[in-house]
Design a protein around this ligand. Structure first.
Ligand SMILES: C=Cc1ccc(O)cc1
Length: 178
């Protein structure tokens, strides 16, 4: 039987892959009670990946978790996970500049924080581009908290398939070296 989520402790340390109804594909990891990592495989900013993003993470009710954060780009995100039903709702609030220059954000953001902060001042913020979408969770992995191997390299074509087929992490959820 699939894992049942109830408390925040059940949720923290979980690694998810999901597809939004608009086709955008994301990979996201609840690293600990105030930190998230993610990788974007499809959509407007496919190729972007981020580690150690500070976030607010709460349990709303049994098995329902809300995560919110604001990024160095000025993008705000609110995710509501219902993992027992393999679904979530995401709301992304992109500043106008990310919609106009997505390529600036398609990188390993941690190495380019100053560029993100400069860009959010240099370009327009408004009107924001709002993306409210449900998503279907296609993969859940019990990675444990603070596992630096979960999101540790750029997304590549076939990565989702490697993860889902069990070719990417070993039994201890460490990345299998290629
Ligand atoms: C902009 C980041 C972001 C990360 C995960 C997600 O599901 C939506 C947006």
């Amino acid at each position: 039987m699939a894992k049942q989520f109830k408390e925040l402790e059940d949720f923290l340390g979980t690694h998810f892959i999901y597809t939004y109804d608009n086709g955008w594909k994301y990979e996201w990891y609840a690293k600990n009670d105030h930190t998230v990592d993610y990788r974007i495989h499809g959509g407007m900013v496919a190729g972007r990946w981020v580690r150690d993003q500070e976030a607010n993470i709460v349990k709303l009710t049994d098995g329902v978790f809300k995560i919110t954060w604001t990024e160095p780009t000025g993008t705000d995100v609110a995710l509501d996970f219902v993992p027992n039903e393999n679904k979530l709702h995401g709301m992304i609030f992109f500043p106008k500049w990310v919609e106009e220059h997505p390529e600036i954000t398609v990188t390993y953001q941690n190495d380019h924080i100053a560029l993100m902060e400069e860009s959010r001042e240099k370009y327009e913020t408004y009107p924001k581009m709002l993306v409210p979408e449900f998503a279907t969770i296609t993969y859940m992995g019990d990675a444990g908290q603070n596992n630096e191997d979960v999101i540790s390299e750029a997304p590549y074509d076939g990565m989702i398939e490697d993860i889902q087929a069990g070719r990417y992490y070993d039994a201890d959820y460490r990345k299998i070296k290629k």
